[in-house]
Structure formats: C-alpha cells, structure tokens
Design a protein around this ligand. Structure first.
Ligand SMILES: Cc1ncc(COP(=O)(O)O)c(C=O)c1O
Length: 394
C-alpha cells in the first residue's frame, strides 16, 4: 500500500516533468483531514485556519472554501498584508501581539479606503495594558476604530493577561475607548496535550485553563454586556488540543493549521485519524551500491571495512524532515548533513534509479512550506496544479 502510494507519486511527478525538489501536497488527503477536523468540532463551534502552518495563498483559499470559514490567524505584518491582498474578506486575528509600529506600518502601506477595510478585517492581539494604550494612540492618529483581541494566559505562560488587575485595567480602557473595540479573547493552551498524564497533572491543568478563561469572561461581563461577551470571538486551541472541546461554553471558535497536513511532530493520539498530506519530493541524483566514505581508501585498516548498502546523493537536503521512501534511508554521521547534495544511506540493492524521486516527511510545516518555490498538488492521479508559498516573512 505504501509502496503503491509512493510509486504513484513518483510517476505523477515525472509525468509533470518535475525534476527538482518540490513540496508535494496530496489534495485528497488534505480534504479528508478537513472533513475529519470539521467532524470533530462541537455543534456551533467556528473554525479558524492557522495561516502560518499552511502558508500558501491558494492553499488557504482552498481550505477556507472546503471548511466553509472566513476566519484566519496571521502572525506578522507581512503575512497579514499578503492575506489582506489575497483574501480581502477574511477576518484576521493576529496570533501574537505585534509592536504598535508594525501595525502602523501596515496602515501606512494602504490607501485610506483600504485602511478602513483593513481596520474592519483585523483583530490586533494585545497582551498588556501598556500595549493597549499604544494601540489606542495609533487608532486616534489614524482616525480609525481598531479591533482588539485580548491575549489571556490560561497556563501556557507565554505572556498575556491572567484574570486580575491587568485584565481589569485593559477592559476598563476598552469599555470607554472611542478608538478601540473589544473583538474577543485568545487563550492558547497547547501544553494541555504535552504535559505528562500522571498523577492528575494534565486533568488539573485542563481544569485550570477552563477556570482562567471562564474567570476572564466573567471579568469582561463587568465592563461589557453579557451579549457582547457571548457574541465576541472566544478563541482557543491549536492542532494538539482542538479535540478536547465538547461544547461552546468557553470557546466559540477553535484554531488549527498543522493537523491538516500533519507533519511528524503532530503524530499524537489526538490526531490519529489525520493523514500526512505534505511531503518533500526530491530526485536522487546519484545511486550507488558501493558506499564509499570520503578518503576511506587512504585510512589505516583500523577503521574497518567499507560500509555495505545503497548510497544516494539527493538534490538538496538538510531539511526539517525525515526520509520515508524508499524505506530505510538515513542520514550518515560520517558524511554529515548538506543542503546541496545530502547523502542518504539505504539498505543493500535498493531498487532506485538515478533521478527517481525520494520522499521525506517534514517534522513541521510552517518553515518547510516557505522553503519550496513550488508546491506540487497531487489529486490522486496526477499533479493537477502548482501553487506558490506565501513570500517569506518573519
Ligand atoms: C495563538 C496560536 N493559536 C493556534 C496555534 C496552532 O497552530 P497549529 O494548529 O498549526 O499547531 C498556534 C501555533 O503556534 C498559535 O500560536
């Protein structure tokens, strides 16, 4: 089954005249993963696409259409600008707080009409009362109403506000601000699936996160109407945790990105029904049944015999990825890593011809997608499209 799958991919790539490293995206598997994610969402739960983990405009549009959502999470000014241009109707929630100068630069780059529209599409994540003040000054200067989403620390301790005095100060300022509106809360909690499940630790952390988010919502109700707090964006989760939610009592939308292509860092019980949908495909430039380590012929006999197996040099390499096909390919400590022509050692008599494709599975998607100018889209039979990644941004 695996052999048949990769043989099909090899044929499709060759038929598309591809002869360089590409990111291969299996659209059937992606679509199945989207369905699976939707199936796991509780009733009335909205879904927000984590753009940094799926950084390609046509890919984001495809997912938005299939998953029937216009909610995206972006992570830096350039990415936000790219999404504003590619998907002008998408609602964009920043996944991290940006220096106010970055927000100012985004508006500087837009004509007045577009600036107004951007102000309606963007939710700026704010983590402290100080940053809130800075965004208020920017909004006043721009004569725009900016939408603010408050980062709530529910136990990850990556910053944000816990229920308490800082949140109180932020809510009080928002409630009387003419230039800012409260668009929602964000409480990210990926640690809940990572802390060891021993002695009730994970269960207590989960309860703690729910309590913190609940208390932050209660604090919000002291400054805004219950309907406002109920109806605003109440964002939580990521790929490792969206499966933990059974109703919309706390969160009314869940974010996830990586799960849809499932790189190997996401091989976890929660995502067992998701399939890997992105691979690096690269030609094996040289295939040899004789593994000759550098200068071994000049070494003393102490070093032992030459290695047996199939030695291959691939086009490119040193990616955050592991070879998955043909089976048994490994990097070699003796040759070291190379971004130009990486050496992989395989079992004896590997039936691989020079220029045939080798497949690697990324460990994560966000950096890997940006490293390949071509995303080859496989529809189950052939390469049906070539997509581009978003231009690199930090
Ligand atoms: C705020 C926030 N939400 C959600 C996610 C989840 O992304 P993914 O589903 O790709 O793990 C991230 C990832 O870093 C994040 O920072």
């Amino acid at each position: 089954m695996r052999a048949a799958y990769f043989t099909k991919l090899q044929k499709a790539l060759a038929a598309a005249d591809l002869a360089e490293p590409v990111l291969l995206l299996d659209r059937q598997r992606l679509d199945k993963n989207i369905k699976q994610l939707k199936r796991m969402l509780p009733k009335n739960m909205a879904y927000r696409i984590v753009a940094k983990s799926l950084p390609s405009a046509p890919l984001l549009k495809h997912i938005a259409a299939k998953a029937d959502t216009n909610r995206l999470m972006s992570f830096n000014r350039v990415m936000s600008e790219q999404i504003l241009a590619a998907m002008p109707k998408a609602d964009q929630l920043l996944g991290k707080p940006l220096p106010v100068a970055a927000a100012a630069a985004l508006f500087d780059g837009l004509a007045a009409v577009k600036g107004k529209q951007a102000a309606r599409q963007m939710q700026w994540l704010v983590d402290t009362p100080t940053r809130l003040k800075e965004y208020e000054a920017l909004a006043a200067k721009l004569k725009l109403k900016l939408r603010v989403n408050l980062e709530i620390d529910v136990g990850l301790h990556r910053g944000g506000m816990m229920p308490g005095p800082d949140l109180e100060a932020a809510l009080a300022r928002l409630a009387k601000s003419k230039n800012l509106s409260l668009a929602g809360y964000l409480g990210y909690e990926p640690h809940l699936s990572k802390i060891p499940n021993i002695g009730g630790w994970r269960r207590r952390a989960k309860q703690g996160a729910a309590q913190a988010y609940g208390a932050a919502l209660a604090q919000g109700r002291a400054h805004f109407t219950a309907a406002h707090i109920e109806g605003m964006v109440r964002n939580m989760a990521g790929s490792p945790t969206f499966g933990l939610y059974q109703d919309t009592a706390l969160a009314n939308e869940l974010a996830a990105g990586s799960a849809l292509v499932k790189p190997s860092d996401f091989d976890m019980p929660m995502l067992k029904d998701f399939e890997p949908a992105a691979f690096i495909a690269t030609p094996a430039l040289k295939v040899s049944q004789e593994v000759r380590l550098p200068a071994l012929e000049y070494a003393s006999k102490m070093l032992g015999k030459p290695k047996t197996g199939t030695g291959i040099f691939i086009h490119g390499g040193y990616w955050m990825a592991d070879a998955v096909w043909p089976k048994g390919l490994k990097t070699s400590g003796l040759f070291g890593r190379s971004s130009n022509q990486e050496f992989l050692l395989g079992p004896k008599n590997l039936p691989l011809k020079p220029d045939a494709f080798v497949f690697l599975r990324p460990t994560q998607s966000e950096a890997i997608f940006l490293q390949f100018p071509k995303i080859a889209v496989f529809d189950g039979r052939r390469i049906c499209d070539i997509w581009q990644p978003l231009p690199v941004s930090a």
